[in-house]
Design a binder for this molecule. Structure first.
Ligand SMILES: [Zn+2]
Ligand SMILES: [Zn+2]
Ligand SMILES: [Zn+2]
Length: 257
């Protein structure tokens, strides 16, 4: 299994449009963060988590030629805005693509991108063609995606729920400010964990550095990678502030299992 963090940025990305702060003006490529997304390559299957508004750029940068399925964490625009760019993957596979999310997420996607959920076009792939698969409203459960077993676990993100996902000993927890006990149980024994860490200060919908480091002490992964980071974090400075086994994520970081 190979995991690529496609986007390590918060909802505005880094640099933020119009911002003149030191991080937004920085030349360090690790301070350039696109919106949150992740690719899991396993057994020849490419599973994308979320379709960020930067999907096209991420696919070109990482050389992604195929997506076999999409898992949605939730419906926020920074995780879904790239739906239209899925069309390129329909062209490559010449097939509809299954997408998974809870009922609320898929209903909202069906409203915003109704054309993407129509039956397969007869002539050519002039639009994306996605097939919805509704995931249950349960705290922790497993399901099968093209022969790959995925564990989903509910997380709290302000007033809404998001899904964290675990595949083997890897887990991804973005857009979360409260992890219920059931999520900690699902994370038990994980080897590498990519986890939400918006900034230094408090947020009503995301975790901050202190809070995330507390979770990491509890989960005890071999390696933790911070993600969904706003322009408050400079890569080099943050790297020097983290304990052993915790690193800031960056666009394109790859984990091999
Ligand atoms: Zn987000
Ligand atoms: Zn800035
Ligand atoms: Zn969100």
């Amino acid at each position: 299994m190979r995991v690529t963090l496609l986007g390590a940025g918060g909802s505005a990305g880094v640099p933020e449009v119009g911002c003149l702060c030191a991080v937004c003006l920085s030349d360090d490529p690790k301070n350039k963060r696109t919106r949150a997304s992740l690719l899991i390559e396993i057994n020849g299957i490419n599973i994308l988590i979320d379709t960020s508004p930067d999907l096209r750029q991420q696919a070109l940068r990482q050389g992604i030629r195929r997506v076999d399925a999409v898992l949605y964490t939730h419906d926020h625009a920074d995780h879904t805005g790239g739906v239209d760019d899925m069309r390129a993957f329909n062209v490559q596979s010449n097939a509809p693509i299954p997408v998974y999310g809870n009922a609320g997420t898929l209903a909202l996607l069906g409203q915003r991108f109704a054309y993407a959920f129509l039956p397969r076009p007869d002539l050519a792939w002039y639009r994306p063609c996605l097939v919805p698969h509704i995931l249950p409203d349960e705290a922790v459960f497993q399901f099968d995606v093209l022969g790959v077993t995925i564990t989903a676990f509910e997380q709290l993100h302000g007033r809404m729920k998001t899904f964290g996902y675990r595949v083997g000993n890897f887990a991804y927890s973005t857009d979360v400010d409260v992890l219920p006990e059931t999520a900690f149980a699902a994370l038990n024994g994980v080897d590498a964990w990519i986890v939400d860490c918006l900034r230094y200060t408090e947020s009503y919908t995301h975790s901050n550095l202190k809070h995330t480091l507390g979770w990491i002490e509890q989960v005890k992964p071999r390696m933790a990678i911070l993600t969904h980071m706003a322009h408050d974090f400079d890569y080099t400075r943050l790297s020097s502030e983290l304990p052993a086994g915790v690193v800031p994520g960056y666009d394109g970081i790859v984990l091999e299992f």
